[in-house]
Ligand binder design. Structure first.
Ligand SMILES: Nc1ncnc2c1ncn2[C@@H]1O[C@H](COP(=O)(O)OP(=O)(O)OP(=O)(O)O)[C@@H](O)[C@H]1O
Ligand code: NI
Length: 416
């Protein structure tokens, strides 16, 4: 038997809105091995939640899974192929499970979900006992009394004090942390082989979050459960994941073993995300690459590498023939102009950024004087035209590469 539990291939989930097609998930592929915790990480809007929900086909209109395959053990949860017409109806694989089969056979039993928002899974008008026993009763051939006994056991297992007494409480009577424990108890009620967790600890304070992560690690080990764990927090990734998929604007930019990712992140975006978490050991210094600028619109994502508009390490345009050192200086100057940094407009800007001579002469010369006059926009667009647009990062989509002997993939022109 293969050890792969879940396979996602070339998944595209789009939302057709009045403003245009939102390419929320735009061609992602990954696998989850049995017993493994795979993290999906990225900034807000990256497409993490849509990716997680697509696995279970929990996408509501105007969202459509337009292409891709999701295979869970022997079941095809998603099997759709986009025709040549981008707005046409995708073709469905006849093997794909019906919504009803997913609801009755998969969801809650084989694959459970935990969300940040408890109202997605907990009904405020029923007691915890009623809701937990119901799931257990639906999925196992047990009497009502037996289901309730199992429910109490589950609540104990997730560390709810006085579980028996609290069974008759309503969801709102639990604190935030305890409520997430109830959700975890519900997720584990049927001993699923996969749990999809979408930021379940984000709203909690750090101490409670740490306790919940410990609990999940214990349960995952005890039941040999796999996880897809969505988070925007690299600290949570460090705590709980085995492997990490980094998403940016609907795409995967890097997928690697957690330790490899933390030790030597390859994609400039991954590096930026990692530099945002505090380094616990003050003797370890880490190059900080602040992530500036807004995430572009997923309706019109940037050409080439989608990260190129914010990338601190664009590949130098080949025809300019700059040395690494010259290119570093140019990039620092371009970023300073984009940020409208006073340094770039000061009298000594030239000496600050280009102490030797001016690389790619004329454009930089003009940009320096435009910046000195405060004509930031003109300076920025001149620099963009000269240095950003001719870069391969702007024109070509980077292939997924495996840059070292390690088991990882990166989508960046620096490795192609
Ligand atoms: N119902 C919808 N209609 C239109 N666009 C949507 C809809 N749901 C999500 N999107 C868009 O899809 C993109 C991906 O959203 P998603 O919720 O997956 O991001 P995320 O990575 O989970 O972010 P966050 O960290 O904020 O939860 C976003 O641009 C979002 O605006
Ligand atoms: Ni989300």
């Amino acid at each position: 038997m293969s050890d792969t539990l879940l396979t996602v291939r070339d998944l595209h989930t789009h939302f057709r809105t009045d403003a245009g097609t939102v390419r929320a998930v735009d061609g992602i592929s990954f696998e989850v091995q049995r017993g493994e915790v795979l993290g999906i990480v990225g900034e807000s809007g990256a497409g993490k939640s849509v990716a997680a929900r697509s696995i279970m086909r929990l996408i509501d209109s105007p969202g459509v899974i337009v292409n891709g395959e999701v295979r869970f053990e022997d079941d095809l949860l998603v099997g759709v192929e986009r025709g040549d017409d981008p707005d046409g109806e995708p073709r469905q694989d006849p093997e794909m499970l019906s919504s009803r089969e997913i609801r009755e056979r998969i969801r809650g039993r084989e694959i459970a979900m935990i969300f940040q928002d408890p109202t997605e899974s907990l009904n405020p008008v029923f007691t915890v006992s009623e809701q937990l026993s119901e799931i257990i009763g639906l999925n196992r051939d047990v009497s009502a009394a037996e289901a309730e006994a199992i429910a109490v056991e589950r609540l104990r297992e997730v560390g709810i004090p006085e579980a028996e007494r609290r069974m008759d409480d309503y969801p709102h009577e639990f604190s935030g942390g305890m409520r997430q424990r109830v959700l975890i108890a519900m997720a584990f009620a049927c001993e699923p082989s996969l749990v999809i967790a979408d930021e379940p600890t984000t709203a909690l304070d750090v101490t409670v979050e740490a306790q919940i992560l410990d609990l999940v690690k214990d349960l995952a080990a005890r039941y040999d459960t796999s996880f897809v764990w969505v988070t925007h927090d690299m600290g949570v990734v460090a705590e709980i994941c085995d492997r990490v998929a980094v998403m940016y604007l609907g795409e995967l930019v890097e997928l690697a073993d957690k330790d490899d990712l933390f030790e030597s992140p390859k994609h400039p975006y991954t590096r930026a995300l990692l530099s945002s978490i505090p380094v616990p050991d003050p003797r370890v210094s880490r190059e900080t690459v602040p992530l500036s600028g807004d995430v572009p619109s997923p309706i019109h994502p940037p050409s080439g590498c989608r990260f190129h508009t914010r990338c601190p390490s664009l590949v130098a345009p080949a025809e300019l023939d700059l040395s690494d050192d010259e290119w570093d200086r140019v990039r620092r100057f371009v970023r300073a102009v984009q940020r409208e940094s006073p340094d770039a407009a000061a009298d000594d800007a030239r000496a600050t950024y280009f102490p030797d001579d001016l690389p790619a002469g004329e454009a930089v010369e003009r940009a320096l004087s435009l910046a000195a006059e405060g004509a930031w926009r003109d300076a920025a667009s001149l620099l963009t035209e000269t240095f950003v647009e001719p870069s391969v990062c702007t024109s070509e989509v980077p292939a997924l590469e495996s840059p070292d002997e390690l088991d990882r993939i990166v989508s960046c022109h620096h490795y192609s």
